[in-house]
Design a protein. Structure first.
Length: 333
């Protein structure tokens, strides 16, 4: 499988990652109060409107920063395996890992601080549903667009995605489709291969962890449902759809209100999406009040009262003051 990047616009990195959670309030509290992300949008699962769809990101909900969840109350715990994203990594400045280690420890979160990959230091820890999160000290971390209500100091704020790790039994076919999408192999350490898109966009690293003996996982709370890559606009997405359809089955273009999407499953089993940057999350509410009210698509407005009765009540905490922590040497951070 070989391909070339369409002339119009390359895929520069991830647009969003979508995962499954259980308790909505616990999920909301962890990603806003602990990780300091902004609650960008509270809406519903368009295919299951009796449940929420949460979006977290930077202050404006920029592509490359968005982690989304389907929080299904009482969902059973999933377990990771072949054909799934096993780690979702965020980027922070190179000097911020000590701050994050202290912050997470203060929340009684078990953190593995021993990781180092491709010369980058990595913290690994679970979210409340067991989803594995990584924070990568990244020399090329972009300028901050810090969430306005977060207690994380802007200089240490999560910038957005670094990338994701896919567990695969073999690499060649998945590597080939990544090549078609413009991701090139840039490194290899043991059984890990790294593919990167050109430039310095958020989420431009895709790691393949190869284990021929690994078993398939089970989807559930703590599992990543799919990952979405960025298309510059509708025209670029249409060109990419033609290109990808030469190799894999691709869905029609679907309207997700805040972006337009196509879906396809890479040869190893991970569900991929290609989502447009526009129109964005300020489409139906101002940036100043993102995430404060329930937003649902126009075609569901006639059922709003029924939908609201089925959704669990949630509380968004705002305007938390920065927390001053001290390192083991007594230095304030």
């Amino acid at each position: 499988m070989r391909g070339k990047t369409p002339l119009r616009s390359p895929i520069v990195g991830l647009h969003h990652v979508t995962a499954i959670a259980s308790d909505p309030q616990r999920n909301l509290d962890f990603y806003t109060d602990v990780l300091g992300l902004r609650f960008v949008k509270r809406t519903v699962n368009f295919d299951d409107p009796g449940t929420y769809h949460f979006y977290f990101g930077d202050d404006a909900g920029s592509p490359g920063t968005i982690l989304t969840f389907f929080p299904w109350p009482n969902a059973s715990r999933g377990h990771s395996g072949v054909g799934e994203v096993t780690k979702t990594a965020f980027s922070v400045p190179a000097g911020s890992l000590e701050y994050w280690a202290e912050r997470l420890d203060g929340q009684n979160i078990l953190v593995d601080q021993s990781g180092k990959r491709f010369e980058e230091q990595v913290l690994t820890f679970p979210d409340p549903d067991g989803m594995k999160i990584e924070i990568v000290a990244h020399a090329d971390a972009r300028e901050v667009n810090a969430p306005r209500f977060a207690s994380v100091p802007p200089e240490h704020a999560i910038r957005g995605f670094f990338g994701v790790t896919l567990l695969e039994q073999r690499a060649n076919e998945t590597a080939a489709i990544l090549n078609v999408m413009g991701f090139r192999k840039v490194g290899e350490e043991g059984t890990r291969q790294r593919f990167s898109a050109g430039g310095h966009a958020l989420g431009n690293h895709i790691d393949l962890l190869i284990d021929p003996a690994a078993k398939f996982g089970r989807s559930g709370a703590g599992s990543v449902h799919h990952i979405a890559f960025r298309a510059k606009d509708d025209a670029a997405q249409k060109e990419w759809r033609v290109e990808i359809a030469k190799h894999l089955e691709v869905t029609p273009i679907l309207d997700r209100t805040y972006f337009h999407s196509i879906y396809f499953r890479e040869p190893g089993g991970v569900l991929f999406e290609l989502a447009t940057d526009p129109p964005g999350f300020a489409l139906d509410e101002p940036i100043e009040s993102l995430g404060e009210e329930l937003r649902i698509p126009q075609w569901l407005e006639s059922k709003r009262s029924l939908i609201e009765k089925r959704l669990a009540p949630i509380t968004l905490h705002k305007s938390l003051p920065p927390i001053e922590l001290q390192t083991s040497s007594g230095k304030s951070i």
